[in-house]
Design a protein around this ligand. Structure first.
Ligand SMILES: [Zn+2]
Length: 490
């Protein structure tokens, strides 16, 4: 639909878009570097486990962002990385007796399927770190040529004292920290405690790549700099991620990229706030997290989840409770019922003030999203319209010609929020969740093996979570005294 469709061509509802930029600390008008095109980089998941609902909050925000920009006729080019190599992946794959690629493949498939269940569009480029080792090596070589690195024990480190702007994103002042001061405990020999590894030497019997800068594997931060610039150029429009990535990950991405190119790396940094689980931050290290599948298996509809994750503006903390999920389900139901009433109802000929009212709602909806994606304000505009239209329908005042006008506003809403189509059952079936008996022996064995690996490395949070996940699917575990385990169906 043309963004300017409607009776009031002179009353264009499209205003200026502003985003809260973490770098400047305030709202700024959004103007992309290349007219008509927006280049976005998104830090994707580390694929060694199921993504949890806190991760999906960030991914839903990114989806709202790209859909909104496209509704404003921008061409969106988004890159999302998949971190398919790190300490845990190397250890877990070795424990499972498979290669890194094989180990991560399963979690990548799960992640992409989970995204579809939440109506998340697939970014234009979804790229694996292990396919870009050469790009990372090149970038490290560039940094070395400019004197930003040093080698120690076979690893290559970034020398932060060479980059005076370090700390600008996280607003940290490092001036008082002496080089060499031990501000964190680390087993590597670094010249300065702040320095971080670009390239890590292999530990004995560990998987590694043989490269021009020696054997080893990339650090996490260099992955994102190399892949972002490869696909989007040296300066990106928008970089997104969860707020916990600001420091050190994004600070390090800036240091690496800007030292290598001498140009600004990112123009707008957009960070999504934490998701709180009954008022506590949800994170893997705390163990208080729920995977998407646990929620869906527990009877939550994909549309309720998407709605809840989208409804709270991304810069605000989102308190994830049973109650908020139920409210979200009711809201989606309300919208779907209203859309059906518009489709199937018969109304007297003519036109009422509701047609104009829907144009105003549309304008308020756009104003909400223009203001740093204030989804709460945008939704309030739509729900006000629904309430007033329902009252008009009940009172016999709603007219035939109002239908199209209100439908247009709903369509524009749903291009962004994507909850109106009642396809929850299909989504569950696509994930194989509608019938829990579809959970086969091979999948049980795989989860049991993973739990054993977690116990071995004394990761009890992961072990307990996997036990719970199996229990949710009707599998009971019996640990034996010799450290082995048996399982049976309840
Ligand atoms: Zn990243």
């Amino acid at each position: 639909m043309s963004p300017c469709a409607g009776q009031n061509a002179n009353q264009d509802p499209m205003g200026e878009i502003v985003f809260q930029n973490t770098l400047s600390g305030h709202k700024e008008p959004f103007v992309p570097l290349h007219p008509g095109q927006v280049r976005i980089y998104t830090c994707g998941p580390t694929v060694y486990d199921y993504a949890h609902v806190g991760n999906f909050r960030t991914f839903v925000f990114q989806d709202i962002l790209r859909r909104f920009l496209r509704s404003r006729s921008f061409q969106v080019i988004q890159v999302m990385n998949l971190t398919d190599v790190d300490d845990r992946i190397i250890a877990n794959a070795a424990a499972a007796g498979v290669g890194i690629r094989e180990y991560t493949e399963k979690y990548i498939e799960i992640f992409l399927a989970d995204r579809l269940a939440l109506n998340l569009e697939t970014p234009e480029h979804v790229v694996r770190a292990t396919d870009h080792i050469e790009d990372m090596v090149k970038l490290i070589e560039q940094l070395t040529a400019k004197g930003f690195t040093y080698e120690s024990g076979g690893s290559v480190y970034y020398r932060i004292s060479k980059f005076p702007r370090y700390g600008q994103l996280a607003k940290l002042d490092f001036a008082g920290i002496q080089p060499g001061a031990r501000v964190d405990v680390d087993r590597y020999d670094k010249a300065d405690a702040r320095d971080f590894a670009l390239w890590k030497a292999p530990k004995p019997n560990e998987f590694f790549w043989n490269t021009r800068i020696g054997p080893g594997r990339p650090g996490w931060h260099i992955e994102c700099s190399a892949m972002a610039m490869k696909y989007l150029g040296e300066t990106l429009d928008i970089h997104t991620g969860g707020i916990d990535l600001v420091f050190p990950h994004h600070e390090n991405e800036i240091a690496q990229s800007e030292a290598a190119t001498g140009k600004p790396f990112v123009r707008y940094w957009l960070h999504a706030e934490h998701l709180l689980m009954d008022s506590e931050k949800m994170s893997k290290s705390l163990g208080n997290f729920l995977t998407l599948r646990q929620l869906l298996t527990g009877g939550i509809k994909p549309s309720s989840l998407r709605f809840l994750l989208a409804a709270v503006p991304y810069r605000s903390k989102l308190n994830f409770t049973e109650d908020s999920l139920q409210q979200a389900a009711k809201s989606v139901e309300r919208l779907r019922t209203f859309a059906a009433r518009l489709r199937t109802g018969t109304f007297p000929e003519g036109r009422s003030p509701m047609a104009e009212r829907s144009v105003k709602a549309r304008q308020e909806f756009e104003e909400g999203l223009e203001d740093d994606l204030n989804t709460a304000q945008a939704l309030a505009a739509v729900f006000d319209l629904v309430r007033e239209a329902n009252i008009a329908m009940d009172g016999g005042e709603f007219r035939h010609e109002d239908v199209l006008a209100v439908q247009q506003t709903l369509e524009i809403f749903d291009e962004i929020f994507k909850v109106l189509v009642g396809d929850d059952a299909e989504k569950l079936r696509a994930l194989g969740l509608a019938d829990s008996a579809a959970f086969g022996d091979a999948e049980v064995e795989a989860l049991v093996a993973e739990r054993q690996a977690a116990r071995k490395r004394r990761d009890f949070a992961a072990s307990d979570r996997l036990r719970q996940e199996l229990s949710d699917r009707g599998i009971v575990l019996e640990d034996s005294r010799d450290g082995g385990v048996r399982w049976k169906r309840k």
